[in-house]
Design a protein around this ligand. Structure first.
Ligand SMILES: O=P(O)(O)OP(=O)(O)OP(=O)(O)OC[C@H]1O[C@@H](n2cnc3c(O)ncnc32)[C@H](O)[C@@H]1O
Ligand SMILES: [Mg+2]
Length: 259
C-alpha cells in the first residue's frame, strides 16, 4: 500500500531486544542477521528479502542482513536494485565464494529533527539504532534549490506535501536559476550509543514542469544533467540507478561495508 512518495501503511512499532553482540563496525554479522530479523514481527518487514551477492571473494560465505529503517517502499526497491546490479557487474565474480547482503526493512516512527542534511541523517539513525537495539542504516533524501540557498533541502517531503509538484516550480518562478541538487544521505549505526557514519551522494540537475509517471516523490520535476533531457520519472529504473543520488551514496556505503 504505497503513496506517490512511497510510504507504506504504518505497522506496529514495538522495540526489539538489545543484542549482546556489538558487531565489528563494518560487519552486519550473520548471527546479527538471524537474531535480529527473527525478532522483527513479519508485519514490520516491508518487502521480501532478496539476497544480493557481495563482490569480495575473501569474505565469509554467510549471508549478512542489512536492516534498513525506512517507511518508503520506493527507496527500498531502488536500494535492492542498485545492490543487485553492482553485484551483476562485478567481473570474475565467483558465486560459490561470494557471500551475500540481504536488505531487511522496518518502518519505525523516528523523529526527524531540523538541521543540515547531515544533522538530520545522524539524529534519525541514532534514534533508529536505539529502537532496534542493534546495527541499522537509515536514509534521508534532500532536494536543494540553488536559488533558495539549499532549501527545501531535507524538508522536501513537507514542501512536496504542502505545495505539490506544480508548487515546487512556482517557488522558483521569480528566480533565474532553476538549478537543484538531489542529495542522498545514508547513515550507518553500529548499534545504540555509537556515532553514525555518513555516506552522501549528489546528482546535479534542474527543476522543470512535471513530466513522466508520478510514482515516486519529486521524480517528475527533477531533470538530472546526465539524464539526456529526461526527468528522473521519464528514465527507466536502470538508467536512474546509474546516475542517481541514491546510487552514489549507496556505492560509498557498500564499499565501506566490504572493506
Ligand atoms: O522513512 P524514510 O526513509 O524517512 O522515508 P521518507 O519517505 O520519509 O523519506 P525522507 O524523509 O527522506 O523524505 C524525502 C522525500 O523525498 C522523496 N524522495 C526520496 N527519494 C526520492 C527520489 O529518488 N526521487 C524522488 N523523490 C524522492 C520522498 O518520497 C519524500 O517525500
Ligand atoms: Mg522520512
Amino acid at each position: 500500500m504505497t503513496t506517490a512518495g512511497g510510504s507504506l501503511a504504518s505497522s506496529p512499532h514495538s522495540p526489539t531486544e538489545t543484542s549482546d553482540s556489538q558487531a565489528h563496525p563494518h560487519s552486519f554479522s550473520s548471527s546479527f542477521a538471524s537474531d535480529r530479523t527473527s525478532q522483527l514481527p513479519r508485519s514490520q518487514t516491508l518487502l521480501p528479502t532478496i539476497p544480493v551477492a557481495a563482490e569480495t571473494a575473501t569474505m565469509t560465505t554467510s549471508p549478512r542482513t542489512i536492516l534498513f529503517v525506512t517507511g518508503n517502499a520506493n527507496k527500498l526497491k531502488e536500494v535492492r536494485a542498485i545492490l543487485l546490479s553492482s553485484t551483476q557487474h562485478t567481473e570474475n565474480a565467483n558465486p560459490a565464494a561470494t557471500p551475500s547482503f540481504s536488505v531487511e526493512s522496518q518502518d519505525l516512527d523516528v523523529p526527524e529533527v531540523q538541521g543540515t542534511t547531515e544533522e538530520v541523517a545522524k539524529a534519525k539513525c541514532k534514534a533508529a539504532a536505539e529502537i532496534v537495539g542493534g546495527p541499522c542504516i537509515t536514509e534521508d533524501t534532500a532536494l536543494a534549490f540553488e536559488a533558495l540557498g539549499g532549501l527545501p533541502g531535507p524538508y522536501i517531503k513537507y514542501f512536496l506535501k504542502a505545495v505539490g509538484l506544480e508548487g515546487l516550480n512556482n517557488m522558483l518562478a521569480g528566480f533565474p536559476s532553476k538549478r537543484a541538487t538531489a542529495i542522498c544521505t545514508f547513515a550507518y549505526s553500529a548499534g545504540p550509543g555509537t556515532e553514525p557514519l555518513i555516506f552522501e551522494g549528489r546528482t546535479e540537475g534542474k527543476i522543470v514542469q512535471a513530466r513522466g509517471p508520478t510514482h515516486f516523490g519529486w521524480d517528475p520535476v527533477f531533470e538530472p544533467d546526465e539524464g539526456e533531457g529526461k526527468t528522473y520519472a521519464e528514465m527507466d529504473g536502470v538508467a536512474k540507478n546509474k546516475i542517481s543520488h541514491r546510487y552514489r551514496a549507496l556505492d560509498k556505503l557498500r564499499k565501506y561495508l566490504l572493506e
